[in-house]
Design a protein around this ligand. Structure first.
Ligand code: NAD
Ligand code: G6P
Ligand code: MN
Length: 440
């Protein structure tokens, strides 16, 4: 059986240990011969890397492991690059969230002005890693989680059309896991129709493997509770996520024919989101005090003890999804997965040159899209507005255009007026001096 070489870009990410645990779990179905972590912050990465080194030595001693900040070392002899970088790290996420809130506008990692600001930082970071990958391992695939995935995907479609990159998101899977929990069946039982942009989509049908329609039962639940549930094991530990799952009830009410992605709350109920935000303690603060502390303290504990025997690293759906994608490409499993891909007719009555999130069949040669037909006016209108935001951000980045970035903010459904858009933009420019191209 062929054995594969993987580089994780953004080695210092809070998600790296989970992905490594998942890879270890899949050594039989998807054997790895070599694993390398790459990051441009050597100190941050080293904590995660040293802990993973101990873990791997104990659990898979034959596997070659390394970590580096040198691109040539990281990207030579690689089959898959799993990318999850956060350009500007949590310090910049915090600013992305807090600056718009100053003007009573949604402050969110990937939606609205915060997502636009993050996109302006991520594009260069991802294009750089794609260049390294093409230089040192031209046949490799990049599987990209780095956010904002919608803007990163549009940037690569436009600026690097032949790049071997597949952009993905774990949100639909985590909602589907909740759907399965609500119905009391395993997640693998669900077969779906879905269309949209990343963090901006809808399920059109959901059936079990025997073809039974599961939509009526799910709708009945979502109408009352959103994707929240009191069932054993389904209570999300974070109150902010619990609120998001519950709010899906109101998002669902805007179109009872479909079931929505939770991220639509930022576009359809921005007033609610702002009212319930704490402008001095946002999600970035919660994550820095939560996931980041937990993962790094688990890593430090392994290093201090010198063993990962009872380690606190956890694997989850996020890791499952990217490993499943890599395995599908490696072993032609022909699995149906949601991916962010060029539309080109898959959604019949929507912009052909747009990156959309739809089900695809994944195999050795990449993916085949499953056409989703025509979409209703409501979703089409929302998506046209949002895809224009994403396209304008990429144009603004490529051309260094202040005007286009202002237009992107004006078009975002989260921003009430051109004057508010301008105030937010000017603050974001100041905050992102180190990261954005110069705008004229
Ligand atoms: P994190 O800050 O813990 O890790 C990101 C790492 O990237 C850091 O160690 C940082 O030093 C590194 N980095 C930044 N710029 C880099 C560059 N140019 N080159 C190499 N490395 C660089 O962040 P996290 O919370 O673990 O999230 C990681 C990424 O995954 C984020 O982009 C996040 O939004 C994304 N994410 C996406 C999904 C999805 O659904 N697509 C789900 C979860 C997380
Ligand atoms: C989901 C989304 C990701 C996003 C993450 C934020 O997984 O699909 O795109 O990055 O949530 O989670 P956090 O815990 O960092 O707020
Ligand atoms: Mn996502």
């Amino acid at each position: 059986m062929k054995q594969f070489s993987i580089t994780i870009a953004g080695g210092g990410s809070t998600y790296t240990p989970g992905i490594i645990m998942m890879l270890l779990d899949h050594q039989k179905e998807f054997p790895i011969r070599k694993l390398c972590l790459y990051d441009n912050d050597g100190d941050r990465q080293e904590v995660i890397a040293k802990a993973c080194e101990i873990l791997l030595r104990e659990r898979e001693p034959g596997l070659e492991f390394g970590y580096t900040t040198d691109p040539e070392t990281a990207f030579t002899d690689v089959d898959f690059v799993m990318a999850h970088i956060r350009v500007g790290k949590y310090a910049m996420r915090e600013k992305d969230e807090k600056i718009p809130l100053k003007y009573h506008v949604v402050g969110q990692e990937t939606c609205g002005p915060g997502g636009i600001a993050y996109g302006m930082r991520s594009i260069g970071g991802i294009l750089e890693i794609l260049d390294y990958m093409e230089q040192y391992s031209p046949n490799a695939w990049m599987l990209n989680y780095s956010n904002p995935a919608a803007i990163v995907a549009e940037a690569t479609r436009k600026l690097k059309p032949n790049a071997r990159i597949i952009n993905i998101c774990d949100m639909p899977l985590s909602i589907m896991t909740r759907m399965a929990g609500i119905l009391g069946i395993p997640e693998e039982e669900l077969d779906i129709g879905y269309y949209g942009l990343n963090h901006f989509g809808w399920w059109t049908w959901i059936k079990d493997k025997e073809g039974n329609d599961l939509m009526p039962a799910l709708k009945e639940h979502v109408r009352e509770n959103g994707y929240d549930s009191e069932k054993e094991g389904m209570r999300h530990p974070d109150p902010s996520w619990r609120d998001t799952f519950r709010k899906a009830k109101d998002v669902y009410a805007t179109d009872p024919d479909t079931l929505p992605n939770t991220y639509l709350k930022y576009y359809l109920y921005p007033d609610y989101v702002v009212e319930h935000a704490d402008p001095s303690y946002t999600r970035a603060n919660q994550v820095m005090d939560g996931r980041e502390k937990e993962v790094f303290s688990a890593a430090r504990e392994i290093i201090e003890k010198g063993t990962a025997k009872d380690c606190r690293f956890r694997k989850d759906e996020h890791a499952f999804y990217i490993v499943k994608l890599a395995r599908a490409l490696a072993f032609n499993t022909k699995e149906k997965m949601l991916l962010i891909v060029p539309n080109r007719g898959a959604i019949e009555n929507f912009e052909p040159e747009a990156m959309v999130e739809i089900p695809c069949i994944v195999g050795k040669d990449g993916y085949e899209k499953i056409a989703q037909g025509r979409i209703p006016q409501f979703q089409k209108g929302l998506m046209e507005q949002q895809v224009s935001v994403e396209k304008l951000v990429v144009e603004a980045w490529a051309e260094g255009s202040y005007q286009k970035l202002w237009q992107a903010l004006i078009l975002s459904k989260t921003v009430p007026s051109a004057s508010v858009a301008k105030k937010i933009l000017d603050d974001l420019i100041e905050a992102n001096k180190e990261y954005w191209p110069k705008l004229k």
